[in-house]
Write a protein that binds this ligand. Structure first.
Ligand SMILES: [Zn+2]
Length: 94
């Protein structure tokens, strides 16, 4: 992989847990570095197309400045809508 997305991926992977910040998946309390959207399991539960949109809209440093772009906020909302549209897993029926 090369290009601006790969640069962003490398940046995000190098970021640490600089403050209290949990996974954005509803109900998930797992701590993840502020540069990351969520924990590994939930991030990869998202469709590849949505993940690509998050990467495209993400600007390194936005999690430090607290200034995500309007495009990023729109993608973040689309992710939450996608999650809300998924059928809920019933515990204890596996
Ligand atoms: Zn999670």
């Amino acid at each position: 992989m090369s290009g601006p997305i790969a640069t962003k991926v490398a940046y995000v992977k190098a970021q640490g847990q600089t403050r209290n910040h949990h996974c954005h998946w509803p109900g998930c309390e797992k701590q993840v570095p502020p540069a990351m959207w969520g924990c590994r399991g939930h991030w990869f539960a998202l469709p590849a197309g949505l993940r690509a949109r998050v990467w495209a809209a993400y600007r390194p440093g936005q999690e430090v400045n607290g200034t995500p772009s309007a495009q990023y906020l729109e993608v973040a909302r689309a992710v939450q809508e996608w999650i809300a549209a998924q059928p809920k897993k019933e515990p204890g029926h596996g």
